[in-house]
Design a protein around this ligand. Structure first.
Ligand code: MLT
Length: 304
């Protein structure tokens, strides 16, 4: 029997499918064998002496002090791919929202409330400002061909988009084996300079911090739209705002709102909902606890 402490509410870590006779999973565990965490920040968390492992129910581990855990012999697991279905659907939603200017259109139509019989006429007169292009036939650049990126790429193909992918850790041959439906870029510059939409699916590391900066944005096609469902830190927000103001960028869709971005008409800000589906949360919790169990019972280390 293992004692696992959750740092996020049980409802958020989706532990409903776990066999309760084999583990205690609770918020209040005095000497836990392991911690299960979703997005709670563990950088100031006091690591208990009893702690052997941390299971991150999600992909990014930037909320965990991994180096300090390693020094204490605490193994950190994550759950790559477990929430990829949820994130993929939200990326597709972001593509459509940004292209067809849906958030601004929804806001505007509400302002017609109270105009009675005039509403129909006002809609016909005002809707032109929200005309936006179809996705079919446009080129989508997918940076990072992991579990999420590859799903986004394959689904975008079904929408009739031309998809160009790039993964810094994958050779063109390996990427080609994973998906023959996409064009594999020779480098990032090819993505930046030729794509109408660019979606980021790489982890936040010191190499990827602010990878989308003013210079990179300047190299993009006029009107390009950027989607960020990976981590806010990958993008230089001030550079994005300047490029939106100058009209060079068409839109920035982000799942990581920041104060400076809110209220800008060119920004579609989503409150970190990409992986927030019951299915994805369940998948992540089950995978994380299974990884913890396999480690605590058998010493096996997977996704660490
Ligand atoms: C992830 O890292 O898996 C996603 O950002 C969702 C989450 O933080 O749980």
């Amino acid at each position: 029997m293992f004692h696992i402490k959750t740092l996020n509410p049980i409802s958020e870590v989706g532990t409903g499918r776990l066999p309760a006779d084999r583990y205690t999973v609770a918020a209040d565990v005095p000497a836990p064998d392991a911690v299960l965490v979703r997005s709670a920040d563990m950088h100031t968390y006091d690591l208990e002496d009893s702690l052997l492992a941390i299971g991150r129910a999600g992909a990014g581990v930037n909320n965990i002090p991994v180096d300090i855990c390693s020094q204490h012999g605490i193994v950190v697991f994550n759950t790559p791919g477990a929430n990829a279905g949820g994130v993929k659907e939200m990326v597709l939603c972001g593509l459509l929202l940004s292209s067809r200017k849906v958030p601004a259109a929804l806001q505007w139509v509400q302002t017609l409330k109270g105009r009675g019989d005039e509403v129909g006429k006002l809609v016909e007169k005002g809707k032109k400002q929200f005309v936006g292009p179809e996705l079919a036939g446009k080129r989508l650049g997918v940076i990072g061909l992991g579990a999420i990126g590859i799903r986004v790429a394959n689904t975008a193909r079904h929408l009739g988009m031309e998809v160009m992918g790039y993964d810094p850790y994958m050779s063109v041959d390996a990427a080609w084996k994973m998906s023959r439906a996409i064009i594999h870029a020779k480098d990032l510059a090819e993505i930046y300079t030729t794509c109408d939409y660019i979606t980021l699916h790489v982890p936040y590391t010191k190499d990827t911090a602010a990878m989308i900066d003013a210079q990179v944005i300047a190299s993009m096609k006029p009107g390009a739209r950027i989607l960020n469902f990976a981590r806010g830190e990958l993008v230089d927000s001030q550079a994005v705002l300047s490029a939106l103001d100058s009209g060079h960028l068409g839109c920035y869709v982000t799942d990581f709102p920041q104060d400076c971005l809110l209220g800008h008409p060119g920004v579609v800000a989503i409150p970190h909902l990409g992986a927030s589906t019951p299915e994805s949360e369940d998948n992540c919790a089950v995978m994380a606890v299974e990884e913890l169990r396999d480690y605590l019972e058998n010493g096996n280390i997977k996704n660490s």
